[in-house]
Design a protein around this ligand. Structure first.
Ligand SMILES: NC(=O)N[C@@H](CC(=O)O)C(=O)O
Ligand SMILES: [Zn+2]
Ligand SMILES: [Zn+2]
Length: 433
């Protein structure tokens, strides 16, 4: 295995130093390192961050390999600076057995671009009727710790309570897609004066907030860990803030698109802006930014949701919910949080690496860049800008809402256990032991 010497990278908050990656580990950090035989990577002006970790990715395999595969999704992840992604369970078949989660985990390892940590379904077939075999998934080779029916809410309070109780045995967490189903029947966009004006059925903030309020109380009652997926409203931030002040063990994520985009874009009736939860108001965007800055919201998670064109280029009401996001996540966090002064790069490493790894109980990821740690590293150029071209992605899908938009920053290189998965902005052959 070739050693790599990252020459004059900007570590978090300090003078440029060299990082030597050897045998899968960070072997040395310091000025002007000498490393005969190592491949030198010019990192002048680049920020070195720990490899990013996504707690919420849809890889679509098995079942919708026309939209994404584990290979293409992890290639997209690598281009975005990720070294570990959690693969959501809403595949076909659903990831509700040890067999399916092991298959997804193994495909990630074989691909060699990004570790895949499967999420297990909470209920059999995401049907919301009986608990899936959570213990068997936890004990499998995949070592599942995150359980979610994402795409669908575990709306039955008794099932949710049982799931929260069950996962305590192996330090798992239930990640809830907070959407009260009756309040959102047929919903297409954020409920507001605009949804009335556009004649689209509204998805009210209370449908999200009511479930989060219920679930934090359930988590408190059973003494378990709860994670809130893609929180999107001011009220949700306030509920999580209150729950944390009470000592409830809750964590929350926000997506890059909910940090940047507002429901006003739906005026175009372009289904590229159709997503669940829906894009909200400018006031909600301000609230989720504040919540992320003050730590109420723990992490940024992409909710990368690939869909083929035929499922997006149709009438708004018929289109699929979701947008891709792995390759634009870091640029949008830079634009909305770093360039505005709301977060430092140290804090970005927390929200996009350390904390998601901790919530998912993933070993070997989300570690600080220090000697002896696994060499999972991303080199990011904060001074570059690029215009998003939908076809310029490793994803099989093209449903990005940022086409033609100029974003700051660019991932120059990603290293997975010391081997580059991306170099000079281009995918490599990946990691093959
Ligand atoms: N976010 C979305 O709009 N869609 C997701 C499901 C989900 O995350 O709820 C998908 O699987 O396509
Ligand atoms: Zn969801
Ligand atoms: Zn999702």
């Amino acid at each position: 295995m070739t050693d790599h010497l990252l020459r004059r990278a900007r570590p978090l908050g300090g003078d440029p130093v060299d990082l030597l990656l050897s045998d899968g580990l960070i072997a040395a950090i310091g000025p002007d390192l000498d490393a005969p035989g190592a491949t030198v990577v010019d990192a002048e002006g680049l920020i070195a961050l720990p490899g990013l970790v996504d707690l919420h990715t849809h890889l679509r395999e098995p079942g919708r390999e026309d939209a994404e595969t584990v290979l293409t999704g992890t290639q997209s992840a690598a281009r975005g600076g990720f070294t570990c992604v959690h693969a959501m369970a809403n595949t076909s078949p659903v990831a509700d057995t040890a067999g399916v989660v092991e298959q997804v985990w193994r495909l990630g390892r074989e691909g060699g671009f990004c570790d895949v940590q499967p999420v297990g379904a909470v209920t059999v077939g995401l049907a919301g009727e009986r608990l899936a075999e959570l213990g068997a998934m936890a004990d499998s080779a995949a070592g599942v710790r995150v359980f979610s029916d994402d795409g669908i809410c575990v709306s039955d309070a008794v099932l949710m309570r049982r799931a929260l109780e069950y996962v305590k045995a192996f330090d798992g967490v239930v990640a809830q897609h907070a959407q009260e189903p009756r309040l959102t029947e047929g919903a297409q966009m954020n409920e507001s004066a605009l949804s009335g004006e556009l004649g689209l059925v509204g998805w009210p903030a209370v449908a999200e907030e009511a479930i989060i309020a219920r679930d934090v109380l359930l988590a408190e009652h059973v003494g378990s860990r709860l994670h809130v997926c893609h929180l999107s409203t001011r009220g949700s931030v306030e509920i999580v803030r209150w729950a944390k002040s009470r000592g409830i063990d809750v964590t929350a994520e926000v997506t890059p698109h909910h940090l940047l985009l507002t429901d006003d874009l739906v005026r175009s009736y372009d289904p590229i802006y159709k997503v669940n939860p829906p894009l909200r108001s400018a006031d909600d965007v301000a609230a989720v930014r504040e919540g992320l800055a003050d730590g109420t919201i723990d992490i940024v998670a992409t909710d990368h949701a690939p869909h083929p064109m035929e499922d997006k280029e149709c009438e708004f009401a018929a289109a699929a919910f979701g947008m891709i996001g792995l390759e634009t996540a870091l640029p949008i966090v830079q634009q909305t949080m770093v360039d505005t002064g709301a977060l430092t790069w140290e804090q970005v490493a927390q929200v996009l690496s350390a904390r998601p790894a901790r919530i998912g109980r993933v070993e070997g990821h989300g570690r600080p860049l220090a000697v002896g740690e696994p060499a999972n590293v991303v080199l990011h150029d904060p001074d570059a800008t690029h215009t998003v071209v939908p076809g310029d992605t490793a994803s099989l899908s093209r449903n990005t809402p940022y086409a033609g938009i100029e974003l700051p920053g660019r991932v120059v290189a990603t290293f997975l256990r010391g081997t580059p998965t991306v170099l000079s902005g281009e995918l490599t052959e990946g990691v093959h032991a």
